[in-house]
Design a protein around this ligand. Sequence first.
Ligand SMILES: NC(=O)c1ccc[n+]([C@@H]2O[C@H](COP(=O)([O-])OP(=O)(O)OC[C@H]3O[C@@H](n4cnc5c(N)ncnc54)[C@H](O)[C@@H]3O)[C@@H](O)[C@H]2O)c1
Length: 246
Amino acid sequence: MAEGKLAFVTGAAGGMGRAAVARLVKDGYRIAAMDRDQKGLAEVAREHGKAVVAYPCDQTDEKAARAAVGEAIAKQGPIDAFVNLTGWAGTTRFFEETSDYWRKVIGINLESLFFVAQPILLDMIERKRGKMVFVASDAGRVGTSGEAVYAATKGGVIAFGKSLARENARHNIHVNVVCPGPTETPLLKAEMEENPDLIQRMTRIIPFRRLGQPDDMAGVIAFLCSPDSDYMTGQTVSVSGGLTMV
Ligand SMILES: NC(=O)c1ccc[n+]([C@@H]2O[C@H](COP(=O)([O-])OP(=O)(O)OC[C@H]3O[C@@H](n4cnc5c(N)ncnc54)[C@H](O)[C@@H]3O)[C@@H](O)[C@H]2O)c1
C-alpha cells in the first residue's frame, strides 16, 4: 500500500487514465489529475471524492501545464509518482499529412511531456526519490501503418524515458515506459469507427486473441509506481497480449 503518497496523472479523464487513477487510489495514493477534458475530469474527481484533485489544463500550453504542476505541489505536497498518459493520434497515410497535423501530434504526445516532466523532476531531485511512468505505444517500437508521426512521437517518448532514467538514477529516480497494444478506450473506438476491418485483423494476430482493457495497463503502471519495481529503470514494457515480443 502507498498510504498518503501522491501520484500526478495526466490524461486522467481518458480510458487508461481513469483505470490508472482507480487502481492507484485503491493502492492508497492521493491523485493530482490533469486533463483538458474538464467534464471527464470532474467525473473522475466525483467518483473518488477527496482522493482526487482535478487540474483541468491543456498540456500543450506550457504556462498552464507548469502552473498546474506548481499548484498541485503547493496544494497536495510533493509528488511521489508521475504517470503521463496524455496522447492523441488520427489514422492517416503519410503522403496525405500536413505539417499542421505533424505539429499537433508532436505537441500533444512529445512536447507537452517536457512541460510537466521537467518541474516534477526538479521536485523529485530535491527529495532524492520518485517514480516516472510514461505511456508510449508499441507503435514506437515496431511502427504502425497509418500512424507514422504518432509512432515517431512514441519512439521519442521511449528514448526520452531511457535518457531521463540514465541521467537521474543517481538521484534515486526511476523512469520506465509502458507500451500498450491496441486497447479498448475512446481513442481506439474512434479508430474502430474509421477502420473496423483493421481492428478485426489486429485482434486475430494478438496471441491472446483479444484487445487490451484499460485495467490491463493500470496494473502494470501501478507496479512501476510501487517499491516492487525498485530495481527497474529505463525499461520499456509492452502490454499487448503478446502482439509484440521485443
Ligand atoms: N488505446 C490504445 O489502443 C492505445 C495503444 C497504445 C498507446 N496508447 C496510448 O495510451 C495513452 C492513453 O490513451 P487512451 O487510449 O486512454 O486514450 P484516451 O483518448 O481515452 O485518453 C487520452 C486522454 O488524453 C487527454 N488529452 C489529449 N490531449 C491533451 C492535451 N493537449 N492536454 C491535456 N489532455 C489531453 C484526452 O482528453 C484524454 O482524456 C495515450 O498516450 C495513447 O497514445 C493507447
